[in-house]
Design a protein around this ligand. Structure first.
Ligand code: AGP
Length: 613
């Protein structure tokens, strides 16, 4: 997914600030990069490169172009319209290069705008949708009194999704930033303003941030002042700053070779942070401050619908079992991309729970927008503080996992399941007989994840043994069933190996036909009331010469008789096993991908935050 960064301020380090910001956004995935700045005569200078941000930095340095600039904007582009090329890279600009823009998102009506502008004599040089923006602003400068009005009028003509920065040589002390469905955060500091697609690109400069909402245009000044206008309602907004809840070094790699490994090793702290201040062992209570404002409504909830995508969807599947078992409330988990098109009835007793690490996933946002006037309670389980989903839901519970940079979600899944466990306990109002055991187990879980991380070498050996297979089946039952899906997704997305998940009970209904010695199975066979049934499925697989990697509970002696290889998790109630099982699967996927030489942090074709539908 593209990333945009902008700077305006009194220092002459604009280019360095933007280049460092773009480098911080590299985890989002891209294929070209570019930036534009005002030189000493306030003329716009543009530099673009296909490939990495470092190539852009090198090019700028080699051209002796002084990197001492103030107002600067830049972008890493993940090609949607137009192939990766220098011409298609951002920034784009008008004919006399007095206006330049960077843009993240998709202009859905770009073709009709392009044709309209070409009829007016405008010439296009790229294949991108973005290039319509500087030409459109140029067009409106001829009829609007001010440049800001031309920007506003142009934004009103755009349909689709955008986070856009506009710079003009006509106003060297001003930058314009606007958003519609594509995230944009503004960092505020004395005499300087930083703008980016997400906070990791600006946190080293400031923790005081302002998040723009849809249809908002920010006018940013070199002295660090700014205004925010809702250009749809033509209203100025008084938007206070928020304070980011993590430090810059948390978003750096540290001594790890990859973000994915670093973030898996954060699992123990992730659980501690997600439960911190929320579980009170001494009086058996769960305190979720983010739900207090809707406490009365929660008492009448008689149905929960969880909407999410990808890994967050599988966390939702775990949540389904937890809320039903601990709180006795029916739960349905739906893919956000399907939910938004269904014509399903909702009663006022329904709560919609959106789960999202980034808080910016377009499908999940669309699902929430679909029901915004249904009178249903909308809750968020989100990691990114201040993100769109966190702001458009009625209430919610933050995951507090800190920034997750690797495309493959690891610690966020663990945080999400931890939070869903807390929500299930909260909704049970302490009435479940499992309340105290699960509450105590949450306090014990960090140490158990440490024990799993200590098995990394054994998991790596297994990954080396199985890295060349082209197909994998993942099976599980009840709480192990969502784990089968999450494990299959992890393996797929970082190692590109075909992996599919099935409820273990489904084996006889078709999947068993695929099994032979070339098609191994990862079986979630941890201690639970349904383990015997899973052992029978393993027996069926073994009888067809299928190899089995089993995940079992420490102390269990029956599983290894049926499995080719066994990985053990510390004993834990079945309700909290998914966190431990997932960590084993994440490590397995990581090492298989590494053994096959893949870029584990930036898997091909994928983006960290899917902000387009
Ligand atoms: C998970 O490893 C993937 N990166 C992807 O499935 C992700 O979980 C999905 O895109 C949802 O993202 P979100 O949690 O930020 O909404």
């Amino acid at each position: 997914m593209c990333g945009i960064v902008g700077y305006i301020g009194k220092t002459q380090k604009g280019a360095d600030i933007v280049l460092d910001g773009l480098a911080a956004l590299e985890y989002r995935g891209y294929d070209s990069a570019g930036l534009a700045f005002l030189d000493k005569s306030n003329a716009i200078v543009v530099s673009k490169q296909v490939g990495r941000v470092q190539a852009l930095r090198t090019a700028l340095t080699q051209t002796k172009t002084a990197l001492s600039t103030s107002t600067t904007i830049g972008q890493t582009r993940w090609a949607t319209h137009g192939a990766p090329s220098i011409t298609n890279a951002h920034p784009h600009y008008n004919a006399d290069r007095t206006i330049t823009v960077v843009h993240n998102g998709i202009i859905e009506n770009h073709q009709e705008l392009r044709e309209h502008l070409e009829d007016k004599g405008y010439k296009f040089v790229s294949d991108t949708d973005t290039e319509v923006i500087p030409h459109l602003i140029d067009y409106y400068t001829h009829e609007c009194k001010t440049f800001g009005q031309a920007v506003e009028k142009s934004l009103g003509k755009l349909r689709g999704a955008y986070a856009v920065l506009v710079m003009t040589s006509k106003q060297p002390d001003t930058l314009y930033a606007a958003r519609l469905s594509s995230p944009l955060v503004i960092g505020i500091k004395k005499d300087a303003i930083f703008i980016a697609s997400d906070a990791t690109a600006l946190i080293e400069h400031t923790k005081e941030v302002v998040y723009l909402n849809d249809y908002e245009l920010a006018t940013l000044k070199q002295d660090g002042t700014y205004t925010v206008k809702d250009y749809k309602r033509s209203l100025y907004i008084n938007r206070d700053t928020e304070t980011l809840d993590y430090d810059a070094q948390e978003s750096n790699l540290g001594n790890f070779p990859h973000y994915m490994l670093k973030e898996m090793h954060e699992a123990p702290d992730t659980i501690r942070m997600a439960t911190s201040g929320r579980i009170r062992l001494q009086n058996n209570t769960v305190k979720l401050g983010g739900l207090e404002s809707v406490a009365d409504q929660l008492k009448y909830i008689d149905r929960v619908v969880i909407v999410a995508c990808g890994t967050s969807y599988y966390a939702g599947l775990v949540g389904e079992y937890l809320i039903e078992e601990l709180a006795g409330i029916p739960v349905e988990v739906q893919l956000a991309s399907e939910f938004k098109y269904r014509n399903e009835p909702f009663s006022r007793g329904t709560a919609i729970v959106a789960i999202s690490q980034s808080g910016e996933t377009a499908d999940t946002i669309a699902a929430l927008k679909k029901v915004e006037n249904y009178g249903v309670l909308r809750l968020g389980v989100v990691n990114a503080v201040g993100s769109t989903i966190a702001r458009i839901t009625d209430a919610g519970v933050y995951c507090h996992a800190g920034p997750e940079q690797a495309v493959a979600s690891t610690k966020a899944f663990i945080a999400q399941v931890t939070v869903l466990t807390l929500i299930a306990l909260h909704l049970s109002q302490g009435k479940s007989p499992l309340f105290k055991p699960i509450l105590n187990e949450l306090a014990a879980l960090p140490a158990k994840t440490e024990a799993i991380l200590a098995q990394a070498e054994a998991i790596k050996k297994l990954a080396d043994k199985y890295k060349d297979y082209n197909d994998f089946l993942f099976i599980g039952r009840t709480y192990g069933y969502p784990c089968a899906h999450e494990g299959a997704l992890k393996l797929k997305e970082v190692s590109y190996i075909h992996a599919e998940a099935y409820a273990a009970g489904e084996m006889k209904h078709g999947p068993l036909a695929m099994i032979d010695e070339s098609f191994p199975t990862l079986a979630v066979a941890t201690d639970s009331p349904v383990l015997e049934k899973t052992l029978s499925n393993m027996q069926e697989i073994k009888a067809r010469k299928g190899k089995i990697i089993a995940i079992a509970s420490e102390g269990n002696t029956s599983v290894k008789k049926l499995a080719s290889d066994v990985l053990y998790i510390p004993e834990s109630p079945e309700q909290t096993q998914p966190i431990l099982i997932a960590l084993v699967e994440q490590l397995f996927a990581y090492y298989v991908a590494l053994a096959n030489g893949h870029d584990v942090d930036r898997p091909r074709n994928l983006a960290k935050s899917v902000t387009v539908e």
